[in-house]
Write a protein of this length. Sequence first.
Length: 230
Amino acid sequence: MNILITGGSGGLGRAIIELAAAEHTVYFTHNKRDCAWAENRSNIKAIKTDFTVLSDVERLIAAMNEMDLDVLINNAYIGKPLGTHFHKTAAAEFMDSFAHNIMPTITITQKAIAIFMAKRFGKIINVLSAYVAGPPTGFSRYACDKAYLAELTLVWAKEYVRYNITANAIAPEYMDTGFSNIDERFLEQAAERHPLKRILTPQETAEAVMFFVAATQQISGITIPVGHPQ
């Protein structure tokens, strides 16, 4: 199958690519990180895309015409998930986060759905967060963006089932990906509180994503929680 992953340069995105590339052709977006690890691998193709630049998103959407896409994995997140208290967060920050995260995801997914409808097959997999159910202090923007994507998962699952298109999601607990620049002491404390005495890894979460890649089209509208609540 041909798979497009948004935000694939590191962390969870890269873990998904490494698993998916064992059997499939993988396209992924990246922006600031070095992707030399993907060079000279014929079935992995990097596409530089800044989600804050409209022309970059439009260029990606145009490139999707040549991918013969089967699977879209919406993984990208722009900005730092951890902010400050809700009352200290400017309203404009919520608008910017929505514009840079949800709107590109909507337009990219609309293009993917058009491709899937034509071939009467497709899979949409969204990366949410356990914080949708209960965000810690400072994660209001991030949790709201992920909650919006969670609702879109249900919309897409219901509206496009007749075209043999599925929409599912994963909602992982905290992973140590270097994404949030979390203090090492926090990581040690989180590991100590964890029932398994270690934090969820990107590789473990990627396995949940790959479950949906391989799953029957009878499975749709499902969100899998990954990891144990802290």
